[in-house]
Design a protein around this ligand. Structure first.
Ligand SMILES: Cc1ncc(COP(=O)(O)O)c(C=O)c1O
Length: 457
């Protein structure tokens, strides 16, 4: 039976090579390695995805088969013992149990590794499970992390409240644009992780990834970057980041119908995280379902196209909102403080991200604006999350950043009236701009005193 199993695995592992040959690649965990660090040219993430191994179905289908089994059988009892002893593993198509490892999830992980340009990847049940598993792996009792003070509220709470209580770790939050402050916050010997978001949620502050990595690596600190806001647009691992995490629930999924996450990094780290006795992936069980992995693998091939249109529309709207004299935050605008930095790091032709923020200054005005956009002009939906094909908008201070107290929000630059918009791509651009503009004009009309600050002179 083992032969049958392995034949089946081999069929689904067929590789499309440049010479039209079909061959098997044994690097089970590994994606494609290359880029600056290994002296090769960095490919565009779309090119890297296209040259990653294409998985076929068991019967030659163009799409891979789903390995829907929770457990896997073997021919010899001895094989089980050897698998549990770590002598036989997924790298040679030996699978124990799907909480540990599933071949369909592995196939998606390979694509994620290719896209981020890392050696390996592991897909998880949510973005938070990816983030927490990485932090549990890299931080032990007594260790210290340095983190950006502008982070997704859940990550901020994990580092501020949960980990000190459950793991006895501490975190210093800094303004990561202040490189001297980052350097100063690192305690040599104690600081193990530098954590930040490539584009911060919700302020859209852009991290200087190469410089931050240089500072951290000089002091032996591991760099973990959350690239949820900029998949394909920015490639943090190609700029030196050790680990890239994603909330796959957002742009990568694109359908607002799946909660998922990913950890992209060195094979050594991913393997250690899967360890049967010590690894958080095996022991905490943040496992992705194989059916979800299949769904997502069908969406990755058009992520690049979707990102380009999200970015295109965000750029278009931000430019026009700004022309109306309204406070808008978008890294693609030349007067955004991080515009040049973003440009210097971005992969070519994707743009500057699919999110923009409009600062309505007070929560009341933010709510009125969102109400107009959803219930009167049909521009988008009031909902948290991002990366959906429809526009989603939320007032960050009272929603996705509400885990932070007022002082933390102020330090992070989150104004009470900040409306974060994840720009969708349904409808025509003109139609959507018309809906947005109408709501902006209604806001202008409905308030004569406060709009003088909202509509800049
Ligand atoms: C930047 C960022 N990272 C991580 C997460 C958590 O991801 P998930 O909801 O998939 O657990 C979120 C969720 O909003 C996020 O915005």
């Amino acid at each position: 039976m083992a032969d049958t199993i392995h034949q089946n695995v081999n069929v689904s592992n067929k590789k499309r090579s440049g010479s039209d040959e079909w061959e098997r690649d044994d690097t089970a965990l590994k994606g494609k390695k290359g880029g600056k660090s290994s002296g090769q040219m960095w490919e565009d993430p779309a090119a890297a995805l296209a040259s990653a191994r294409h998985e076929f179905g068991e019967h030659g289908g163009v799409n891979m088969s789903i390995e829907a089994s929770a457990t896997f059988t073997v021919m010899e009892p001895e094989t089980l013992r050897r698998m549990f002893a770590g002598e036989l593993g997924p790298d040679h198509d030996y699978f124990i149990y799907s909480r540990h490892f599933n071949p369909t999830v592995l196939n998606l992980s390979r694509l994620m590794a290719a896209m981020e340009g890392t050696e390996a990847a592991y897909c998880t049940a949510s973005g938070m499970s990816a983030i927490s598993a990485v932090l549990f792996q890299l931080l032990s009792s007594g260790d210290h992390a340095v983190a950006s003070r502008t982070l997704y509220g859940g990550t901020h709470a994990l580092l501020t409240h949960f980990m000190p209580r459950a793991c006895n770790t501490t975190t210093s939050f800094v303004d990561i644009r202040d490189l001297e402050a980052v350097k100063g916050a690192i305690v040599e010997g104690r600081t193990k992780v530098l954590y930040f978001e490539s584009v911060a949620n919700p302020t859209l502050t852009v991290a200087n990834i190469p410089e931050l990595c240089r500072i951290a690596h000089d002091k032996g600190v591991t760099v973990v970057v959350d690239n949820t806001f900029a998949p394909m647009v920015l490639s943090p691992a190609r700029m030196g980041a050790d680990v890239v995490v994603h909330s796959v629930s957002k742009f990568i999924s694109g359908g607002a119908d799946i909660i998922a996450g990913a950890i992209c990094g060195p094979a050594k780290l991913v393997n250690a995280m899967m360890d049967l006795r010590q690894g958080p992936l095996m022991l905490l069980g943040p496992t992705m379902n194989a059916k979800v992995a299949f769904e997502l693998s069908e969406r990755l091939p058009h992520l690049g196209l979707r990102m380009k249109e999200h970015c295109n529309r965000a750029q278009h709207f931000a430019t026009r909102i700004k022309k109306l004299g309204i406070k808008v935050i978008y890294p693609g605008l030349e007067d955004h403080p991080d515009h040049t930095l973003f440009k210097s790091m971005a992969n070519k032709d994707y743009g500057y991200g699919g999110l923009l923020c409009v600062d309505m200054e007070t929560e009341e005005r933010a709510n009125r604006f969102m109400n107009l956009l959803q219930n009167h002009t049909q521009f988008g939906f009031m909902a948290v999350s991002l990366g959906y094909y429809e526009t989603l908008m939320s007032c960050s201070g009272s929603s996705t950043s509400s885990e932070m107290n007022s002082e933390e929000k102020e330090l992070a630059g989150i104004s009470p009236g900040l409306v974060r918009m994840s720009v969708g791509y349904t409808g025509t651009l003109d139609q959507k701009w018309g809906q947005l503009e109408k709501a902006l004009f209604r806001m202008q009309d409905s308030s004569s005193t406060t709009t003088t600050t909202l509509f800049q002179k």
